[in-house]
Design a protein around this ligand. Structure first.
Ligand code: AMP
Ligand code: GLY
Length: 449
């Protein structure tokens, strides 16, 4: 069996690592992959958004199954393209991936079916403004905020009436950089200007969601969904902020652990019943079949769990500790999802905990240098119960070098979160590259619980 994994980050390395353990011994390909995926798969130099080339590669190689890692190709309809061509693919269609790609769509759907989430207002161009902009015959780049002034004015007005903390979110995809948390609501005015006037995130920020600031521990609950059946994976939590004690800007994720120690079995049952079931059912009612991973980012507030966001894919870096704990064959689970057989599988999990510490390039999430040699990977990977998952790495003349913002996800298993954490940090000490940055407090609070 031939399996193609699309993407080139830590999540994709973890997917390839786990698929390589399948009893069915699949031949693996990864496009474009990284130096880590190359240990298990043949890397194919095609970008994750080059659908034509991916499709022709899959056809030529007679790929039996393609698994998509990142959100951009999913939201842009890669599953629709592959499926129309008769190819088997794991992931939701564009219509289903809108849950992640359009925060206003997700919010409206949650409201409609009563899924607990932050109170929110949404602002953007009016239908009339969009029609006028279209009629004017100008291209997307030629439009300015003046064409869509009313949404901006209304958003400003709304913000000026708030005296409690608020969160401003760009409605479109922004690689995790589209959320701005403002304990002081007056600061949100500048964010609105950056998003809606200066259009710093382009079209993604043309519409915004402004919501109440919630507090509480955050958790990531991922489920396999086959259109009808929902199978919750072991829980996880990630650390989105760059700095220790959750300070500084949001990043793609500086570390993660599984299980999320704040969640009880009864919380998980509540989340399945009040979040996953109504969303999957509402989509099906609208003839949208959700197949793939559905990921709910939640805050455990004193009033119960509330959804912060949906993602239409495996989380990164949550996938690294989750898959470290999965004992069952991932390939079987993926196929059961595609074939609508999730009611017939039972996944086995390692009862131990897993912690993933991200080592990043100095400067991330801003600009950072690339091409620094990475040493100590073998020594770290040889430690018991440790896996070094690669994110932004490449091979240059037999030397593994940095090639991205998040470089490695050093992941370890342990009897407790505290032990897993200790092992992961021990492994990071053996790894060296210039300017390496990591947070020293990943899973620290969880290990005290
Ligand atoms: P999102 O991409 O929507 O999950 O947002 C990224 C991060 O921003 C989350 O992981 C939270 O830490 C924070 N965040 C998002 N929404 C809220 C909210 N309503 N209240 C407080 N923090 C939030
Ligand atoms: N770790 C957050 C995400 O995958 O979006």
């Amino acid at each position: 069996m031939k399996v193609l994994v699309i993407g080139g980050g830590g999540r994709e390395h973890a997917l390839c690592w786990k698929l390589a353990q399948s009893a069915r011994r699949p031949k693996l390909y990864c496009a474009p992959g990284n130096a880590g995926t190359a240990q298990h798969a043949e890397n194919v130099p095609i970008a994750a958004d080059d659908f034509d080339k991916l499709l022709s590669f899959a056809r030529k190689q007679a790929i039996d199954l393609t698994i998509v890692g990142p959100e951009e190709p999913l939201c842009a309809g890669i599953v629709d393209r592959f499926t129309a061509a008769g190819l088997r693919m794991f992931g939701p269609t564009a219509a289903a991936a809108r849950l992640e790609g359009d925060k206003t769509f997700a919010k409206q759907l949650m409201r409609e079916v009563g899924v607990p989430t932050a109170e929110a207002r949404m602002f953007g161009p009016t239908a009339q403004e969009i029609a006028q902009a279209k009629q004017s015959g100008r291209g997307r780049d030629e439009l300015s905020y003046k064409d869509f002034q009313s949404g901006y004015d209304m958003a400003r007005h709304y913000v000026s009436t708030r005296d409690e903390g608020i969160v401003v979110k760009a409605a479109g995809l922004a690689k995790g950089k589209g959320v701005f948390v403002h304990p002081d609501p007056s600061e949100a005015l500048l964010t609105l200007e950056r998003l809606m006037v200066q259009r710093e995130l382009g079209e993604a920020g043309q519409r915004v969601v402004i919501e109440e600031l919630l507090t509480g521990p955050e958790v990531s609950v991922l489920a396999l969904v086959d259109g009808l059946n929902i199978y919750l994976l072991e829980s996880a939590a990630d650390h989105k902020r760059l700095g220790e004690q959750d300070t500084g800007p949001n990043t793609g994720g500086m570390g993660a652990y599984s299980p999320a120690t704040t969640l009880t079995e009864s919380d998980l049952a509540t989340i399945e019943r009040d979040v996953f079931v109504p969303i999957v059912d509402a989509l099906r009612r609208d003839e949208i079949v959700y197949r793939g991973v559905l990921y709910a980012g939640l805050m455990m507030t004193t009033a119960g769990p509330k959804v912060l966001e949906f993602n239409c894919r495996f989380g990164d870096p949550e996938t690294q500790p989750i898959l470290m704990r999965l004992e069952s064959d991932l390939l079987d689970a993926v196929e059961a999802t595609i074939d609508g057989r999730l009611d017939q599988i039972e996944l086995r999990w390692d009862r131990r905990a897993a912690v993933c510490v991200v080592m990043a390039s100095g400067g991330y999430p801003g600009d950072y240098p690339k091409g620094h040699a990475i040493d100590g990977l073998k020594e770290a990977g040889a430690l018991p119960d440790v896996q070094v998952f690669h994110s932004g790495t490449a091979t240059r003349a037999d030397q593994i070098v940095t090639a991205g913002g998040r470089v490695l996800g050093v992941t370890a298993l342990g009897d407790t979160i505290s032990q897993a954490r200790q092992r992961a940090y021990e492994a990071t000490k053996l790894i060296r590259f210039e300017g390496a940055y990591l947070r020293g407090d990943i899973a620290m609070q969880a290990s005290n619980r």
